[in-house]
Design a protein around this ligand. Structure first.
Ligand code: NAD
Ligand code: WQD
Length: 345
């Protein structure tokens, strides 16, 4: 049986494309809106190759309320939204704060504005463990205090969460699930879709795989003098397909009115903290490929250690991260090799 239609904003992006695959696999109809500011139309081909279904696609900007209104008129059957559309580069947000506030806040506010008018019941919002800053304790639960944001990007996530709460408190007839992702990594096992960073990657895994394939000379490990067992930072690396599956469950929960609160917030992580050095070792073990690397100074603004307590998501959503780090590393490598085969990088 065909399930409801879901609007996926930012659906040609990294996490969005993996989520569209899982939504279609679960029987949902999808329409994507993306302005292609950080993704490529070819991603639709990858999604189609995996699922045999080409999602409907509207090239438009979520900040453009006229275009969004036209989309809701064209697809009156949209019942839920997953809002991935946002600018996400921490460094760029420090240089161009207004771009980040404008894009990330206006996109969300436009959607919230139009939802009741077009009978859309719920919205899943992509938030981040960045809201916890340097946590007082690990693993981090959803009850941990929100720390002052260290970048405009991080601040947009905090403000967007508050906007959702305020709109619901005002009596809007909508539900929301806020998902705080830890560090999403890896690619679809088919290597048909994955992460496509623009320019020199700022994040660990794309820099690592680009080094392994020879695009970059060596990976810099930012600091080994942290208060951690091997001195390098610790993160919770969550497989992107596992992450995508959580969105399908969240959508189902909103649309079937299973959620108890109008706004629910979940941490999405594995519950396992891995250090940067351990991650490099895992990649080398899983793929047999060497990663030239050297220790350099700390990167300003980095958190020393953060990993999730995913118990609430495990128990209430009934979701659990299942991919092994070795499989995740192999998927990241297969994707990097596919990009090379296709002459993309
Ligand atoms: P991405 O850049 O790959 O995907 C975002 C997509 O949104 C892109 O395709 C981009 O073109 C599109 N987009 C941006 N602004 C838009 C707008 N105004 N209108 C229409 N489309 C727009 O990023 P991602 O890694 O897939 O992240 C998805 C979401 O998850 C973002 O909200 C991000 O902040 C959040 N998040 C990401 C991470 C991570 O490490 N990747 C961690 C936590 C949270
Ligand atoms: C991970 C670790 C680096 C690159 C960022 C955002 C966060 C969230 C996820 C969206 C750190 C180290 C990295 C390199 C390295 N995004 N590293 N050499 O900083 O945990 O989180 O992405 O919400 O908001 O801040 O991810 O992948 O950049 O770094 O040693 O070349 O790898 O120091 O310890 P981060 P990352």
């Amino acid at each position: 049986m065909k399930k409801e239609r879901i609007l996926v904003t930012g659906g040609t992006g990294y996490i969005g494309s993996h989520t569209v695959v899982e939504l279609q696999n679960a029987g949902y109809s999808v329409v994507i809106i993306d302005n292609l500011s950080n993704s490529n139309r070819n991603v639709l081909d990858g999604i189609e190759r995996i699922t045999n279904i080409r999602p409907d696609f509207v090239e438009a900007d979520c900040c453009d309320i006229t275009a969004l209104t036209a989309l809701f008129k064209q697809y009156p059957d949209i019942k839920g939204i997953i809002n991935f559309a946002a600018s996400k580069a921490v460094g760029e947000s420090i240089e161009k704060p207004l771009l980040y506030y404008r894009n990330n806040l206006n996109s969300l506010m436009n959607l919230l504005d139009l939802m009741p008018q077009y009978g859309v019941k719920g919205i899943v919002f992509s938030s981040s463990c960045t809201v916890y800053g340097e946590p007082d304790e690990n693993p981090v639960t959803e009850a941990a205090p929100i720390k002052t944001a260290t970048s405009p990007y991080g601040n947009t996530k905090q403000i967007c969460e508050e906007i959702i709460h305020d709109v619901v408190r005002s009596g809007a007839p909508i539900k929301s699930v806020i998902l705080r992702y830890f560090n999403p990594v890896g690619a679809h096992p088919s290597a048909e879709i994955g992460e496509l960073p623009n320019g020199v990657p700022q994040n660990l895994i794309p820099y690592l795989t680009q080094t392994a394939i020879g695009i970059r000379k060596e990976l810099s490990v930012f600091g080994d003098d942290y208060n951690t067992p091997d001195g390098s930072c610790i993160r919770d690396f969550i497989n992107v397909v596992d992450l995508a599956k959580a969105h399908v469950i969240a959508v189902e929960r909103m649309l079937q009115d299973k959620s108890l609160e109008q706004v629910e917030t979940f941490n999405l992580g594995t519950g396992i903290g891995l250090s940067v050095k351990e991650l490099i070792a895992a990649f080398e073990r899983a793929t047999g490929v060497n990663v030239p690397h050297k220790i350099v100074g700390r990167r300003p603004g980095d958190i020393e250690k953060v990993w999730a307590n995913p118990k609430y998501a495990n128990e209430v959503l009934g979701w659990e991260a299942t991919a092994s780090i070795d499989d995740t590393m192999r998927s990241a490598w297969a994707w990097q090799c596919r990009l090379r085969e296709r002459g993309i990088m």
